[in-house]
Design a protein around this ligand. Structure first.
Ligand code: SDX
Length: 364
């Protein structure tokens, strides 16, 4: 029997959180195209409760999230210590999430507080790495506004909030992607939230998953710095059997619907910030890739340029993905704990058989 490689196409469980059926992305039944400008916290509420909040529920949910956007002082001290050695920000985040699961009161942490801490931790990692002081959240700012303020140190414009809000909404969940599935496997043993989230961060870090956004920008920087022709560069990479990061997808074979929306944001923000050369390079590579391979860009392709336009360093891009995706991870952990059973599949053994220890030892 030929097994599907990497569980491709295998339905391993049921979910009510999100769907990519027929290559249309929906959250709890709502198409993403209708949700892209909805406040991020409303999307989080939807993913966790599978219904829209009332106005008063939304106000109190927002207030709760913003009031919890802070970290224990001891965690910040330890983060600063870890960050002293050159470490990849995703490694710092992985250890930070694990650390958050060791504070005195972590056992009482519920999803809103955990999400708020994750957003704050990602912003703190960005600032610590730039030797900048950690900022305190502002009670009168919204969630996305606070998040930008915490990593940039400046109050964002309404336009910046709108753009990052859409980025965050589009990254909030994506059914059984590798990191959500990893979190679900751990949740299926009834392990705690922080253990599940730590493993999700580990899974997202890889370049075939969330780590691709950094690799996309690395490619653009290399092309720019070396003055190479983008199309010749891509052609050489393809000829040598390399993957072009930010292209292809396990479930979207006709294009990632998120990429189409992100493309317009990348276009706008790159021209507004004088980074249009990167966007134009992406446009050229996109057309060339389609011509050569029929592959489409995925969610990671345009976020690379968008994050650069938010003045973020390339190696922090995947931590931004983690910040946005924590909402989805938490939704999956809750669903798995409430409705799922232990995930423990079977394997087909294809190794040696009928060996005998004593006989083989004597023969040596
Ligand atoms: C994310 O799953 C999710 O939902 C993830 C995500 C989310 O929101 O959680 O959407 C986020 O992880 C996006 C994906 C980011 N990764 C990359 O951009 C890395 C580059 N892309 C790939 O390596 C690849 O396309 C994957 C990993 C995304 C999908 O891999 P699959 O489904 O296993 O497909 P494949 O590697 O078997 O590719 C099929 C064919 C192969 O050619 P053949 O062997 O059939 O001749 O397409 C080729 C591949 O070589 N191919 C590529 C390519 N992607 C696929 N060729 C060149 N460049 C690429 N990027």
């Amino acid at each position: 029997m030929k097994l599907p490689e990497g569980l491709a196409g295998v339905i391993v469980d049921q979910t009510r959180i999100s769907s990519t059926k027929n290559e249309i992305l929906t959250y709890a039944g709502y198409p993403i195209t209708e949700l892209k400008d909805v406040p991020y916290e409303e999307i989080v509420f939807l993913l966790w409760n599978l219904r829209l909040p009332t106005e008063s529920e939304l106000v109190s949910f927002r207030r709760e999230l913003v009031s919890q956007m802070k970290l224990p002082a001891e965690t910040v001290r330890l983060m600063e210590r870890i960050a002293r050695e050159p470490q990849h920000p995703m490694s710092i985040l992985r250890t930070t999430v694990s650390l958050l699961g060791t504070t005195n009161d972590n056992e009482h942490d519920e999803p809103p507080r955990i999400l708020a801490k994750m957003l704050t931790a990602v912003a703190a990692i960005i600032r610590i790495r730039n030797d900048q002081p950690i900022k305190r959240s502002k009670p009168d700012f919204g969630v996305v506004e606070n998040f930008i303020y915490l990593f940039s140190g400046k109050r964002p414009t309404a336009e910046q909030v709108k753009m990052l809000n859409t980025v965050m909404v589009l990254h909030a969940d994506h059914e059984f992607n590798a990191s959500a599935f990893t979190a679900r496997v751990v949740a299926s043993t009834q392990s705690d939230y922080y253990s599940c989230l730590t493993t999700a961060v580990c899974s997202l870090k890889g370049p075939l998953h969330g780590g691709a956004n950094e690799q996309v920008f690395k490619m653009l920087e290399t092309i720019k710095q070396t003055g190479q022709d983008p199309l010749e560069y891509v052609e050489r990479q393809l000829e040598s059997g390399q993957k072009i990061m930010g292209f292809g997808h396990r479930v979207y074979k006709h294009g990632d619907p998120r990429a189409a929306i992100l493309r317009e944001i990348a276009r706008k923000i790159s021209y507004e910030t004088g980074n249009e050369a990167y966007f134009e390079m992406e446009e050229q590579i996109r057309d060339f890739m389609f011509e050569k391979t029929h592959l489409h860009p995925n969610v990671d392709y345009y976020t690379a340029v968008i994050y650069h336009c938010f003045n973020l360093d390339r190696d922090t891009f995947t931590t931004m993905f983690a910040a946005c995706r924590t909402a989805g991870w938490l939704a999956h952990i809750m669903e798995q704990r409430e409705e799922g059973c232990l995930i423990r599949p079977s394997s087909e053994y294809i190794g040696e058989t009928n060996r005998h220890y004593h006989a083989d030892k004597e023969a040596h």
